[in-house]
Design a protein around this ligand. Structure first.
Ligand code: FAD
Length: 562
């Protein structure tokens, strides 16, 4: 079978939010572009995600009166990431993210509804200049039927509470409101009524709603369709093509089983996600981690990173990831964003001791977990210790409060239950006397509403998913048997190390020189967040923004060459 070919201005590799935004910017700039996607499904991890986009000064923030001094935003980024990332790249992000969001909004047919401010979903470090009111935007929901036949190829699915009717759908805001309800009737049942009403309407109209990251990807895909930029599914990139001077001039792909060489006049934009599920790379860079704990898209195997490395690219931040504690349940690893903020739980290592502010931002939590593990005390897994009161009051692992615990949780030995803390300690293999001592100290702090060891509950971020019926929304005693222990593992939302890029998203060599014709964004590139995470949406925001930057850089270069 011979190789066929086709010429483009831009080839975008990968159909997550980074790739689709790059292709949109290229198409709007009048370039001949194509997106090649390895799998049958488009959307990558982006379509599995919450879809929150960290976008300070986006048009929506201007409309809701949350305009900020860009220097203030930059100062925050420099503080949290400046040791590892150039100020130039950070400044570029601050300057370009509002323009990228403007581009989306300008595609009226696909983005006919406004993005929604995740109000009070605080930046992750309000103590370092982060905004406690939040800089994240949720994408507006969309009926997938608008995608026509292509809807079946959109990756991802609905967030559903067990037992909820099929037609029920939830946004990030609904989830927050439902959790805050606490089933104690304290806040009224408004969110439940809202969900019930919506379920009926959805059922009557036979709608098929996409929310979160699926909605973001669906809308980007619609925008591409409207300007005629194709997305070729089942088309994995195999390798980059370079000329004798080292410039990237195309890609080898296999399209529906047939080898093809795509030649580019402008450049190739790599947006293939991270190496989340490349077992060999994970073992090399993250020896303590099992890739099955990652919530990243199963087909993200570092292809863009490997291809870039083969043409001489420098790699950075390979030891890091968008870490996320996950609960170890039979056949499931639910993310632990909410539960760690609830009062009425504390988390211990194998020595039975607390080691961190449980409610800390997820990536920080795992950083401490891994550092402590390396120091000699096992922190894989760690144990969330909770009690009957908290179980009956909170949504835990997507189960409504107080519902019977699934028998396989206990039968598998992954979740343990006991009438005393000492008994529980014996079941999970931590020293009983130490666990009792830890509980006693924690309960003292909880009753006083102040955590003298780890300052839990003192940040607006901690409080967001807390329970404000307590004086400290993140602290309540753990003293009502039976006690329960959940195992938590260091999972992730995807990896964050990859190809080193400059402020134009161009890929660099070790000596700092540019590999002409090659661009990278999203988790294929070394993150502009360095080892940190600015706030909700701080992975999608940069992925989309530097996709946009790359496409515009190519457009400008082609214009000046013509
Ligand atoms: C449950 C969950 C919730 C999250 N919530 C948020 C959130 O609310 N906000 C936020 O900012 N981040 C969130 N994240 C993280 C975020 O989703 C990712 O960091 C982001 O989607 C990465 O985008 P990307 O464009 O780099 O890659 P992806 O979206 O993963 O896209 C990469 C695409 O490239 C394709 N590909 C791979 N190899 C090849 C190849 N050889 N040829 C062609 N195509 C290839 C893949 O199949 C995939 O479709 C969440 C993640 C998870 C798992």
């Amino acid at each position: 079978m011979g190789t066929t070919g086709e010429d483009f201005d831009v080839v975008v590799v990968g159909s997550g939010a980074g790739g689709l935004t790059a292709a949109l910017a290229a198409g709007v700039a009048g370039l001949k572009a194509v997106v090649v996607e390895k799998t049958e499904l488009f959307g990558g991890t982006s379509a599995l995600s919450g879809g929150n986009v960290w976008a300070p000064n986006a048009p929506e923030f201007q409309r809701v009166g949350q305009k900020e001094d860009p220097e203030h935003v930059l100062d925050y980024l420099v503080k949290i990431a400046g040791d590892d990332v150039s100020t130039e790249r950070l400044r570029r992000y601050v300057d370009e993210v509002p323009k990228m969001m403007e581009l989306l909004e300008s595609r009226h047919e696909a983005f006919e509804k406004r993005f929604i401010w995740a109000e009070d979903y605080s930046d992750y470090h309000p103590d370092q200049g982060g905004n406690p009111r939040g800089r994240g935007l949720w994408p507006p929901v969309v009926d997938k039927r608008r995608l026509g036949d292509d809807a079946q190829y959109l990756r991802g699915g609905k967030v559903r509470l067990p037992g909820a009717p099929k037609a029920t759908w939830m946004t990030g805001i609904d989830l927050h409101d439902l959790i805050a309800l606490r089933w104690g009737g304290l806040r009224g049942w408004k969110p439940v009524v809202r969900l019930a009403g919506r379920t009926v309407v959805t059922w009557v109209k036979r709608s098929d709603m996409a929310t979160g990251g699926q909605a973001l990807v669906a809308r980007l895909y619609l925008a591409l369709k409207q300007i005629g930029v194709p997305v070729w599914r089942n088309t994995p990139m195999q390798a980059l093509v370079t000329d004798e001077g080292g410039r990237v001039i195309g890609v080898h792909v296999v399209r529906d089983g047939r080898p093809m060489r795509l030649t580019v006049r402008g450049g190739v934009i790599l947006a293939t996600g991270g190496f989340d599920h490349n077992a060999e790379m994970r073992h090399r860079y993250h020896p303590l981690i099992d890739h099955t704990w990652s919530a990243g898209s199963p087909d993200n195997t570092g292809d863009g990173i490997v291809a870039g490395e083969q043409v001489g690219a420098a790699l950075e931040l390979m030891d890091d990831a968008w870490w996320m504690p996950v609960m170890h349940l039979p056949n499931a690893f639910p993310l632990q964003v909410l539960e760690r903020s609830y009062p009425g739980q504390f988390i211990v290592n194998s020595a039975g001791r607390r080691f961190v502010n449980e409610a800390a931002p997820y990536t920080d939590f795992v950083h401490v977990q891994l550092e402590n593990h390396a120091a000699g005390v096992s922190h894989i897994p760690v144990f969330m210790i909770t009690d009957d009161r908290a179980w009956k009051r909170n949504v835990i692992a997507f189960r409504l409060p107080g519902r019977k615990m699934p028998s396989d949780w206990l039968d598998s030995g992954l979740v343990s239950k006991a009438d005393t803390l000492e008994e529980l300690a014996a079941k999970i293999g931590v020293p009983p006397a130490t666990l009792a001592e830890t509980a006693e100290r924690y309960n003292r702090f909880a009753r006083a509403g102040r955590d003298d060891d780890f300052s839990r509950g003192e940040s607006a971020y901690d409080n967001y998913y807390g329970d404000d019926s307590y004086p400290n929304p993140n602290l309540a005693p753990v003293d009502k048997p039976p006690f329960i222990a959940f195992r938590l593992l260091p999972g992730d939302l995807g990896t964050k190390g990859g190809l080193l890029t400059d402020s134009d998203a161009r890929v660099l060599r070790m000596d700092g020189s540019v590999i002409h014709g090659l661009y990278a964004t999203g988790n294929t590139s070394a993150s502009i967040m360095g080892h940190d995470y600015a706030g909700p949406g701080a992975t999608l925001g940069p992925a989309m923004t530097f996709g946009y930057v790359a496409a515009n850089h190519i457009a400008a270069a082609l214009r000046s060459a013509d």
